[in-house]
Design a protein around this ligand. Sequence first.
Ligand SMILES: [Ca+2]
Length: 449
Amino acid sequence: MTKVSWSRFMLFAMLMLVLVLAACSNDDASDDAAIEPPATEESAGDSEEESTDESDAGTEESTDEGAEENEPAETEPKVTEFEPAFAEQTRAPAVVTETELNVEVVAEGLDVSWGMAEFEPNRLLVTQRDTAELLIVNLDEFAVSEPIAGTPEVNNSGQGGLLDVTIAPDFEESRMVFLTFSQDVEGGTVTAVGKGALSEDETSLEGFEVIFQATPAYDGDLHYGGRIIFDEEGNLFLTTGERSDDPIRERAQDLDAYLGKVIHITQDGEAVETNPFIDDEEALDGIYSYGHRNIQGIDYHPETGDLWIVEFGPQAGDELNIIEPGNNYGWPVVSYGIEYTGELINDGISEHEAQGFVEPRYYWDPTSAPSGMSFYDNDAIPEWENNLFIGGLVSSYIARVVIEDDTIVGEERLLTDEGERFRDILVTQDGALIAITDGGKVYKVSAAE
Ligand SMILES: [Ca+2]
């Protein structure tokens, strides 16, 4: 168990304020220079990598403590030449949590932990990507169960395996658990959704069946997307990836393929009747939005009810988007990122709206490699209400994003010293922030008593 005192940051921030006030009463410009955040010479460090996005990179020292007001949370230089379409679209000002936080490691030594759901207060279902195991983690007792039997066969090469988990809205009666995973089929693999009932003794998933496959199959092991979330009507949104490689990734633009999409289906895997392309003979009925690269985070804004997603960019250009039915988000025609080789994508067009696509609400440059995310829909930590928390892989931080009127007005990086790749984020009914990692740890972040 580790305990981090965040009041240390506040003390430092107050010291900075005193220095700023002192500088304002002095015309000597060198005083201003003295309060600049420390320069960091390290590059983002991931330019050597192939376009797997998830591959590891050197960890960075956090320099947030020295941030001047309106200085961005991002302290590394940009890797692209692109200019944002509007001022608040990238590199939001750094903000600092004032509440003293308690950070606990609830479990460690697990496999790559990909998805989770709180099925009872302080009890989580957690997926293990590579072993395809489904575990129960008890947050109160710091306990992890034996694997639950009855999970599906998966293809666990590359980024594949057992991915997300969620429970049916009527779980208390139905016991239904929904899983996403990469499945071997003829011609390659697909992102698949299946469901089974958790037995009363919690040892097995009964009657597991596949309800949806995001076709076409492709012989590769990258960019499965794979997040699922229920809407208010009891239907599911599923996110997919475009399978990464050129040219298959171009299928993100095609309405006859489920690659690079947000998909809207019933609990039986049928297209929802109100879907935007249901009357289009050429289009797949389950498609809700398209032109995405690889979406591993999705949640509803607690106040506006809007559906937000986060998607991996190539090198830089990771995007936060608000999803509306029928919209095209531009990949791989436009992007605020570049290839990992340094080459431009499609001659380097970044502006989305000018090309007829939806502008991301926010993007990262350099790369964050954002995975799971969750809005903070609780009042346990009042200053966090309606903030969005996003797990970073390459970046090894949890991004806290402050949103006002759909605009990102502040960003903070949490748990930067842990050296973990944060795969998914959840807010418990008690208002604790839970993060699971590729390193097999379960973190619980809550207000200090
Ligand atoms: Ca886009």
